[in-house]
Design a protein around this ligand. Structure first.
Ligand code: XIL
Length: 456
């Protein structure tokens, strides 16, 4: 998943990421994925997904927030502002999600075209959409060893990296101050395989700033946006295999060190990029979540998807395998009262990073696209949707109504702290529009009346 750990990023790594950003903000990933024709899996009877039938409504009924990673370039913000969008992707995001995260647009490479310029156009676009539709927003991320712009390698030095990190966090977290539910302040900082006593990854930040870069990032974020929940986000900590068990231990040690030093940290993000085959998460992760809870931190499931590269068979077999993983995994983690937030990394198979062609190891042998998410490339719900929704219904209810709600209310109107960068992508602020008309798949049976659709 990540490939560093051997010192600062190579040119290839920077280039790869910069390229991937380009790919992610166009429709090319979609075109590639949909170019491969696969038979549609059967899902009978047709399933209603709008209003009270949405993932969002089912999550809210249990005091949870369900969210998705989006590419802001794909959102029809202009149509939304005019109250007349017919874009199905946009409507589906509006219908299904409580909370949004930018898949790439808020990363360094997404915001920093040059060393002295910020380009907030895509990030602002998502904030605007969140304001139009009353969504919360996760910020992802402020400090990571990947997702750095190509110029970083040549510009960042031991003399200026500390100041660069602080300035970046002040500018970015400051711009959206008061509007972010939670910031992934530091992403993927632990890597036991890098063989350091402190368990930290040998990232550019570690090498340029030193091991205290983590607390520097958290302290700076705490000042820049005091309301956001400050999150440490990590991958590869879900399974009961030796490397991941060790990584969980090292993450806990890091969290304890930060707490002991009085650093404010509010949550841990468990990315949850799972595999349809092989070992599955179990008791180790549950224990980890309990330990995190003892430290007074929440746990967010931040990037769930299920890799189907090794699943033999057609779409039906893939969907069945993925649905089972969602059922089992969410059964495990949503039984924990501290887990109140769940996001999938995208929500349609067409837009999944696993289908964007960047990583050859994600190619399926038969050349067909992976099916990691609840909606297919025609934006139809798959059996994964049903499994996910059923798992939400079984989630542990919030301990109290107060705990079910997070401190930062959903965006009511677009109001960036600083004036948005003028760009053709950023239309003038518009009045919020009502969106939550039931959104059904063509041919669906009539909606069942339900009392579970909470208000927002
Ligand atoms: C991924 C994006 O989905 C890709 O489009 C991009 O090419 C690379 O980054 N963990 C993270 C996310 O924290 O930021 C990564 O997102 C997926 C793994």
């Amino acid at each position: 998943m990540t490939q560093s750990g051997k010192g600062p990023l190579t040119r290839r790594q920077f280039g790869r990421f910069a390229l991937s950003l380009g790919a992610a903000s166009t429709l090319s990933g979609w075109m590639r994925a949909s170019a491969i024709q696969t038979p549609e899996p059967a899902l009978a009877p047709r399933v209603l997904v709008g209003g009270a039938n949405s993932l969002r409504a089912h999550a809210e009924a249990r005091g949870l927030l369900y969210g998705v990673a989006v590419d802001p370039a794909l959102l029809d913000v202009e149509g939304m502002a005019a109250g007349e969008t017919r874009d199905r992707y946009t409507l589906l995001v509006a219908t299904q999600a409580d909370i949004l995260v930018a898949e790439n647009a808020m990363k360094w490479a997404g915001l920093r075209p040059t060393a002295d310029k910020f380009d907030f156009s895509l990030a602002d676009r998502m904030m605007l959409f969140a304001g139009q539709t009353g969504k919360r927003v996760r910020g992802h991320n402020l400090c990571w060893h990947e997702g750095l712009p190509p110029w970083f390698k040549d510009s960042a030095t031991k003399d200026n990296a500390r100041q660069m990190l602080v300035a970046h966090i002040r500018t970015v977290a400051g711009r959206y101050r008061g509007q972010i539910h939670s910031w992934d302040v530091v992403n993927e900082a632990v890597e036991p395989a890098d063989d350091r006593l402190d368990g930290l990854r040998k990232s550019p930040w570690l090498e340029l700033v030193g091991p205290d870069y983590i607390e520097l990032a958290f302290n700076t974020a705490a000042e820049a946006d005091p309301q956001a929940k400050l999150t440490y986000n990590e991958f590869g900590i879900e399974l009961d295999i030796p490397e991941q068990t060790e990584k969980r231990t090292q993450v806990l040690l890091l969290l304890r060190r930060l707490k002991a030093r009085g650093v404010r940290i509010d949550a841990v993000g468990v990315q949850s990029h799972l595999q349809a085959d092989g070992p599955q998460p179990g008791a180790g992760l549950v224990k980890f979540i309990e330990e995190v809870a003892k430290l007074g931190l929440e746990v967010f499931i931040t990037e769930m998807d299920v890799n189907t590269r090794n699943v033999a068979g057609g779409p039906d077999q893939q969907d069945a395998a993925v649905a089972l993983v969602y059922t089992n995994y969410l059964g495990l983690v949503l039984a924990q009262p501290t887990v109140r937030v769940l996001l999938t990394w995208g929500f349609t198979n067409a837009h999944s990073w696993l289908n964007n062609g960047m990583d050859p190891s994600n190619q399926r042998r038969d050349g067909s696209p992976q099916r990691p998410l609840p909606f297919d490339d025609k934006l139809k719900p798959t059996p994964v949707f049903l499994a996910l929704r059923a798992a939400l219904d079984k989630a542990q209810p919030a301990p109290s109504p107060a705990a079910a709600r997070t401190e930062v209310p959903p965006s009511a109107a677009p109001s960036p702290a600083a004036p948005p960068t003028p760009t053709p992508n950023t239309p003038p602020p518009a009045a919020p529009v009502r969106l939550y008309e039931p959104f059904s798949v063509k041919g669906s049976p009539p909606a069942q009346p339900s009392s579970s659709g909470p208000s927002q």
